[in-house]
Design a protein around this ligand. Structure first.
Ligand SMILES: Cc1cc2nc3c(=O)[nH]c(=O)nc-3n(C[C@H](O)[C@H](O)[C@H](O)COP(=O)(O)OP(=O)(O)OC[C@H]3O[C@@H](n4cnc5c(N)ncnc54)[C@H](O)[C@@H]3O)c2cc1C
Length: 490
């Protein structure tokens, strides 16, 4: 009898899952497992802990809740999820051996450290005579599937997208059927039926994330349904953080609680029917594929390298002043309301609107002169949807060092960005209530408001709200000089 183990990682769903589909197709008995990877979680335990010595990390909580849903569903069908807290390189071969499976099935991961881990697991399993089969699942096209006419990897988005769309066929979007036969999802043997590890036993506390982000496929589906009512207006609302213009699906996508094929199917069908909103949204999903493709073909990016090597010659600010400015940015105390409100959104919820990610990243690198890697690391720690490929891509785009980045001399003005994308100051007021009484003219640059308005609004600059940490026009000039090293090389 063929037996299989499905190793879930960033594909936390029981429908349209390539690895699960092939396991169900090939084996009579199938088990599923998830390993809370100590190599990933231990570094997260550093830093501030609560009074019980536990770490507040919304992502670990979100994953945990998503897995609970999967376990409940599997139990209803006679199986259960085997969950461990340990090193996958040890746990997977152990569990596979204990179950006596012929093959372990899993889906591709494109991060260099994950590729290395998977290779170690493959070798371990091979020594035990167990197969290891892996599948494309989290993207539509991967690795070198989309190439230029001269068979090289794309580094510019638009031609990549055009080729991606040209290549796309119905089969690329077909859902993988995952309907187990009765009894096929096998009961967990007694030897392996350790209880589901609690968050606390792994060093983490509940975060309440479910109150605004419903976890699992069910949660993702409810967000998707809500968005599909709005998708046709996506191109109109997507740049305005005060309104509900985007999908907020990035975290469900990050952990594979929704299938990318399902999302692209929805967008593509509407695009063919003439929806501009769906066309632009599909383009965003293609950016996601693009950055996965870039990372898998340029693994050096995971080690901090600039995509354009010349940009590694830039001399960023350093020392105590840089540290102080960075702290002001992290804490949302730069004196630029849109930047500060955005950082509060991130710190309070783990989410930041895309327009604001661009604004704060530009501000950090081109107003404060701080290395994009500092910002990338801060986002990696705080974003619920942190994804190495898109995060690195976004930071390198903003700092101009990336593959298809904005030119180095394009420097966002944080005041005009604020006037354009939060004209009424509604988003700012949500996160900076102390600025509530400022007029829509002054809210973007409170230090420019007159004494009378500031007094009437109850604001003392420097006390109720910081004075700007830098002058944008001066910073802009400094940045052009800083980046001239790139110009000279070019
Ligand atoms: C500096 C910076 C850092 C970023 N870090 C991340 C990150 O760690 N993880 C992440 O998922 N996205 C990241 N992005 C991209 C983008 O900001 C988020 O995907 C988006 O804000 C998520 O919100 P949403 O799901 O409502 O997006 P929507 O606007 O509804 O877009 C739908 C989906 O398309 C994908 N997408 C949208 N924009 C991009 C983009 N520019 N690049 C790649 N994929 C995109 C995401 O999967 C997103 O969920 C970053 C962007 C910047 C500028």
């Amino acid at each position: 009898m063929q037996k299989a183990l499905v190793w879930l990682r960033r594909d936390l769903r029981l429908y349209d899952n390539a690895a699960l589909h092939y396991a169900l197709k090939e084996a009579e008995q199938v088990w599923l497992t998830f390993i809370f990877d100590t190599d990933i979680l231990k570094p997260l335990l550093k830093g501030e802990l609560d009074t019980n010595g536990l770490k507040h990390d919304r992502r670990v909580d979100f994953i945990w809740q998503g897995l609970k849903q999967i376990d409940d569903e599997l139990r209803k069908q006679g199986g259960g999820l085997i969950v461990r807290f340990g090193q996958p390189t040890q746990c997977i071969p152990e569990i596979a051996k204990e179950l006596g499976v012929n093959t372990v099935f899993t889906n591709h991961d494109y991060e260099p450290s994950a590729i290395e881990r998977d290779e170690t697991v493959r070798v371990q399993l091979e020594k035990q005579g167990i197969g290891f089969e892996t599948f494309k699942d989290q993207v539509i096209f991967e690795k070198k599937e989309i190439l230029t006419n001269s068979n090289t990897v794309f580094s510019i988005f638009t031609p990549y997208k055009n080729n991606w769309l040209k290549t796309l066929q119905e089969k690329d979007l077909a859902a993988y059927e995952c309907n187990p036969k009765p009894g096929q999802l096998a009961e967990i043997p007694k030897k392996l039926s350790a209880p589901f590890p609690s968050l606390e036993s792994m060093g983490f506390c509940p975060t309440g994330i479910e109150s605004y982000l419903p976890p699992g496929s069910e949660g993702g589906q409810s967000f998707l349904e809500d968005f599909l009512h709005r998708i046709d207006q996506y191109q109109v609302g997507r740049d305005f953080p005060a309104i509900k213009g985007v999908s907020y699906l990035s975290i469900h996508l990050r952990f594979g609680m929704l299938s990318i094929r399902g999302l692209v199917r929805e967008a593509h069908r509407r695009m063919l029917a003439g929806s501009m909103g769906a066309t632009i949204w599909l383009s965003e999903l293609i950016w996601r594929d693009f950055y996965f493709m870039i990372l898998s073909n340029h693994p050096r990016l995971a080690k901090g390298a600039s995509f354009k090597p010349d940009y590694d010659n830039i001399a960023w600010e350093s020392g105590a002043t840089a540290k102080k400015l960075f702290a002001a940015w992290c804490e949302g105390k730069t004196g630029y309301p849109l930047v500060d409100a955005a950082m509060h959104q991130l710190n309070q919820s783990g989410y930041m609107h895309n327009r604001l990610r661009m604004v704060v990243a530009s501000f950090l690198t081109k107003d404060l002169g701080i290395d994009w890697r500092w910002g990338e690391a801060y986002f990696a720690e705080h974003l619920n949807d942190f994804e190495l490929s898109s995060n690195n891509g976004g930071w390198q785009w903003a700092s101009s060092s990336g593959c298809d980045a904005q030119p180095y001399f394009r420097i966002f003005n944080p005041i005009t960005q604020s006037e354009k994308f939060d004209p009424e100051g509604k988003f700012i007021k949500r996160y900076l209530p102390q600025l509530e009484k400022l007029s829509k003219k002054s809210i973007h640059a409170p230090w420019k408001a007159g004494h009378i308005e500031l007094e009437a609004a109850g604001i003392t600059m420097g006390k109720d709200y910081p004075l700007p940490v830098v002058d944008h026009d001066e910073a802009r000039k400094k940045t052009l000089v800083r980046y001239s090293v790139v110009k000279k090389i070019a």
